[in-house]
Design a protein around this ligand. Structure first.
Ligand code: NDP
Length: 308
């Protein structure tokens, strides 16, 4: 079935994977689970988002997270600290959220101002509430196949891939980029799905020929349109995580890491930028908050959303 899907579309334009529609359906489904949880157990999942400073992009992300959270019937708590806040002040807030029973997920919006130690801050979050999946305990659990909270962006990519391909077992997956946020957890998730997973990065040699082997190509580089059509195997599924802001002919534009118009005539399916992976990230944050809440209360995962 998967082989057929991978090779069927090579003569036609690729299917454009609509992450916006997919994530919309996911949020609707999460809302149903949240409402059932409230009725059956009297529990309402709560997400606390901590924003340090006034970075405009971070403010937009935090506002959107709050809106989506409430739309799914969850509680949303926003904590804003000044850009000059001390590490001790931030750690005290996280400590308070760790022991607050109405909070099931804690997210510290990154990047933090440079005087704060991101690693210490992330590792001070209670792992059971670490809905970003960045805590070393969750990273280790993912790597060793234990129940983890998984970073939202790669989890969203995985959901799109499963929806597109069904079983991923045996497929050759190449991930471009090795960040802790996207590349590495993506590779771990694809390994779990029994793919043959290869990560390439800025020191890799002959990246183009490695990419050309990929049945699944995940681009998470942050370099506008680095991956051209001739890097793509005919029939591959291409997941473009990159979000790059460009100005073309005086007009601001968002582009991915892949040359979309070239890839479209070679791949069998591709995520657009914007409207592909981006919307999935927030939907997976809500899914992780629901998962964290259920686990904290000793309830089994809702199978549709948890990555085990
Ligand atoms: P990072 O900058 O943390 O990592 C980029 C990775 O790309 C690094 O591993 C780097 O290699 C590698 N790289 C850089 N240049 C090259 C090159 N020329 N050839 C091969 N590899 C290269 O970025 P993130 O992982 O955080 O994000 C990647 C992209 O995804 C960005 O555009 C970001 O905006 C986007 N993003 C989108 C999200 C969404 O919701 N859709 C969420 C998170 C990120 P090395 O390690 O050797 O330096």
């Amino acid at each position: 079935m998967t082989e057929k899907l991978l090779h069927a579309a090579t003569a036609e334009a690729a299917k454009v994977i609509d992450g916006r529609a997919f994530s919309g359906r996911m949020v609707d489904e999460i809302a149903i689970h949240v409402s059932e949880l409230a009725h059956s157990e009297g529990i309402v999942p709560g997400l606390a988002v901590v924003l340090v400073g006034e970075d405009p992009a971070s403010q937009v992300y935090v506002r959107n997270k709050g809106i989506k959270c409430r739309a799914a019937g969850m509680r949303s708590f926003e904590h804003k600290l000044s850009a000059e806040c001390s590490q001790a002040e931030l750690l005290t807030l996280i400590d308070r959220l760790n022991s607050d029973p109405t909070v099931h997920g804690i997210l510290v919006q990154l990047p933090l101002p440079s005087h704060l130690d991101t690693e210490i801050v992330i590792n001070s979050i209670e792992p059971a509430k670490d809905v970003d999946g960045f805590h070393a305990v969750n990273v280790g659990r993912l790597a060793t196949g234990q129940a983890a909270l998984v970073p939202c962006t790669p989890l969203g990519c995985l959901m799109l891939l499963r929806a597109q391909l069904g079983s991923l077992a045996g497929l050759e997956a190449v991930i471009v980029g090795r960040s802790n946020i996207v590349g590495k957890p993506m590779a771990q998730l694809l390994l779990r799905e029994n793919c043959t997973a290869t990560i390439v990065h800025s020191q890799s040699r002959d990246i183009a020929s490695i990419c050309r082997r990929a049945d699944i190509l995940v681009a998470a580089v942050g370099r506008p349109e680095m991956i051209s059509g001739d890097w793509i195997k005919p029939g591959a599924v291409v997941i473009d995580v990159g979000i790059n802001r460009l100005e073309r002919e005086g007009v601001a534009k968002l582009v991915g890491d892949v040359v979309f118009d070239q890839a479209k005539s070679i791949a069998s399916a591709i995520t657009p930028v914007p409207g592909g992976v981006g919307p999935m990230t927030i939907a997976c944050l809500l899914a992780n908050t629901l998962t964290a809440c259920r686990r904290i209360h000793g309830l089994p995962d809702s199978r549709a959303f948890a990555a085990r």
